[in-house]
Design a protein. Structure first.
Lengths: 157, 60
């Protein structure tokens, strides 16, 4: 499942769970970090994303940099996911934006690529009331979970 | 004959300076919220089944 939209080049480290790229736009160059962090639950990781300030080594997941490159950033995050999951094949990745606007962006990004994504991955969305369900394009979910279809109990290739 | 599907993985560079971020909790508030959400709302029943665990009753 290649990511078909333009994206930024990114770098990672040996464990492939921390990623960095630079957003370029009207606001200049802004370093971004994507992290897949272990939660307290086996094989469940949380996707976190934010701005990196190299001067004070600070991370900020609430800032709105408005560099007019949202689509490119989403595509880059999607690519980091592919690299992460390649190296952590049993992982279940939980994603919820640090703000409602970001959660909505994640939903739009998933919806736009749903056909491609769902060929390999199982995607779930959580809504209240309703709970967890297979992702539906037209539903305003609060959070998402994605895993390789090979991790599903009855999946046959 | 079954053909093995090969996933296309994007190209990237390795940067050792990122090693210090790996495994670190750099967005503590986000991770805290994620863990709280898991405690409160659970996970998809498919997750529990994949781990050989009976899904909690509250899960849909």
């Amino acid at each position: 499942m290649p990511v078909k939209f333009p994206q930024y080049a990114f770098s990672t480290e040996e464990n492939r769970d921390a990623f960095r790229f630079t957003s370029v736009g009207p606001k200049g160059e802004i370093k971004k970090i994507v992290l897949y962090s272990r939660t307290g639950i086996n094989n469940v990781y949380n996707l976190a994303f934010g701005d990196y300030n190299g001067h004070n080594d600070d991370l900020d997941d609430l800032s709105v940099s408005d560099n007019r490159d949202t689509q490119k950033i989403l595509a880059t995050i999607a690519s980091t996911f592919l690299v992460f999951i390649e190296n952590h094949p049993k992982a279940w990745v939980l994603a919820e934006g640090s703000t409602k606007a970001r959660t909505r962006l994640y939903r739009i990004g998933i919806s736009q690529n749903l056909t491609d994504i769902s060929s390999e991955f199982a995607i779930f969305g959580y809504m209240d009331p309703g709970g967890w369900q297979p992702f539906n394009k037209n539903t305003d979910y609060m959070r998402f979970m994605i895993t390789s279809k090979q991790n599903l109990q009855h999946y046959e290739d | 004959m079954k053909t093995k599907k090969v996933r296309q993985v994007p190209s990237y560079t390795i940067d050792a300076s990122l090693d210090r971020f790996s495994g670190e909790n750099l967005f503590p508030e986000q991770l805290k919220r994620a863990n709280e959400a898991i405690s409160k709302y659970g996970l998809p029943k498919e997750y529990y089944l994949s781990q050989g665990i009976t899904p909690p009753d509250s899960n849909s």
